[in-house]
Design a protein around this ligand. Sequence first.
Ligand code: ADP
Ligand code: MG
Length: 724
Amino acid sequence: MSSAARVAAIQLIARKSPLAAEASSKNVPELFGANVFGLEQMRTRLPEGAYESLESCMQRGQQMNAELADVVANEMKQWALERGATHFTHWFQPMTGATAEKHDSFVGFEDGRLLMEFSGKALVKGEPDASSFPSGGLRATFEARGYTAWDPTSPAFIRETRSGATLCIPTAFCSWTGEALDEKTPLLRSAEALNRAALKVLRALGDERTGHVYPTLGCEQEYFLVDRDLYVLRPDLVATGRTLFGAKPPKGQELEDHYFGAIPRRVLAFMEDVEQELWKLGVPVKTRHNEVAPSQYELAPIFERSTVASDHNMLTMEVLKQVAQRHGFQCLMHEKPYAGINGSGKHNNWALSTDTGENLLEPGRSPEQNMRFIVMLAAVLRGVDLHADVLRASIAHAGNDHRLGANEAPPAILSVYLGEQLTEVMEGLIHGTGGSSRTGDTMKLGVTTMPDLPRDATDRNRTSPFAFTGNKFEFRAVGSSQAPSKPMTVLNTIVAESLEFLADELGKRKDKGLEEAVNEVVVDVFRRHQRVVFNGNGYSEEWQAEAQRRGLPNVPNAVDALCCFGERKNVELFDRMQVLSPRESESRMNIQFEAYCKAIAIEAQSALSMARTMILPAAQKTQRDVAESLTAAQAHGLATERQAERLRDLSGAIEACVGCIEELAGAFERAEAHQGPEYEHAKCYRDTVLPAMDRLREQADRLETLTDDSYWPLPKYRELLFLQ
Ligand code: ADP
Ligand code: MG
């Protein structure tokens, strides 16, 4: 690659214009769900009895019998064929953090005659050759096959391309011994645990009506766009998703002129295309805007049942990436594509819904509703305080380490923001003085109602990793590239465990009146766990000290955070809540240590090859030019000490860079050869390879500022960030 390629790419950008969207219609009601085989399609297409049976299977989480599966499969196939589908695939989430699919066509033969077939068996169960997916030791090679099983709570859908269409069936992925090999199964189990526990509490509070409680999720997705012609000239972006080099540009995000600014036209066309595509897939996309950093954007959907929302977020990330390419962009989902400006997160908005249409985290109008709300609040606070370590670990990976605690994203300390008023309510209950001093009322559980809580977005604290925002919690520490299933599984589980605890405590006080029992239990929980509440500035140094005083864990990096998945108390927690067996917990931890090592190893090798084959040669060509011109100047008696100094400067920087390359190469070799247990291996990458990469970057970025621009092959930050 030469700098000529860089110049050509830059020149091309000026000539690019917005692209028309792919969808043939702009009529949203017509588009929405057009490619989904949802409840509506099933109701109209399936014979009456069949639909009812399917519905009851879905509600009870039961397997379908073979007959019913055949009926459903046949209707699904007809529907898919009408939409031009030629293939079907089970669509699942192995423990790679991405989705996986293996396509089969409907083609089959009967008596030598071609027919399009899709059996009930093929619908409910698939057997992908699973031996190459990470299993963290769950699957010995002799039992390499796992199977995928349709999760009928998440509807089948069709993915279209220009040249064809594929029917996708969302599935869970298990080994033959029944162990979960994916992220979806634990998520489903955790939602079930939450349902069981929440119902116990509701019953204890005298609610006999609610039949089902389920977590809801709305994922705000942040991402960067970079012009694709520039992207392909950056081997680091291609291989690792982030820039490993790049000198600070003259302009970054300091003018704050990008956030909520007018959306560039080419980008807007891309967004419109994405939205139409997602609407067809039944993803309820709602919001789009520019984010804080240059070339950073956000998309947010309306919340849904967390299992469906999690599938939809995986689809959203896929669609963003695919549509970006069509529009000549690359969509960067990495938590920190560029140093020195904001990274990307994925706020997970989470609440609890009932089948009667209520949100259990909504402070209600009646005293009973408020009592319920306070109990739920107590459960969440207790869960986050007791299990801050696993919640922290659920968002721990190499990419998120660049973002957490970096004064732009929530700190690695997991505190809860409640806002002033709700904190006053909590304190009032603890001290027995009742409610909020602002309103002058005193609040008594079960008797009076809650003061109106502010729901204004401007009133929110953006520095908190876990914030109450009026009728939901917002888990902000989740990384942009992450599948939401893991953090949601953990959150569901720890809250379920707390709800079980509260239900038991209420049960012990049956002889007391309900209000007194609730008051006693809630006050005790608030007293023990109020230390996790923090409404101040999470970025401040004082908070670090204060959190330490309060005994809150502060684990700044992924490697240490991940260890807690192996601790007995946590293994037991997931086991007791029937979310992960001890073996499943252990396998997940190992997979993540491995993923960490691999991520850093790929970065180190990309950095080495770029430094050796792109950065040094460009700098050395400049060195040669400067040396030659110095000699020429000397011949004319024009050379000055300053000019000689410049050559020495450049040569010194080259020398330093060569030294750093050797150092990184050595560190990488030792890390690669490391034989210790997974944790030690990951630690070795963290403590030796990462710092060596940082030092190399510093020298290489210095060379960027000294090297002749016409030799520099890598698109620079000013180009990556501002040309679109
Ligand atoms: P912001 O937090 O940026 O001010 P909003 O308040 O509009 O934005 O909400 C952000 C996200 O929270 C949206 O995806 C929205 O659907 C989701 N959300 C709202 N209510 C709930 C809920 N009860 N459960 C889960 N997510 C919710
Ligand atoms: Mg938000």
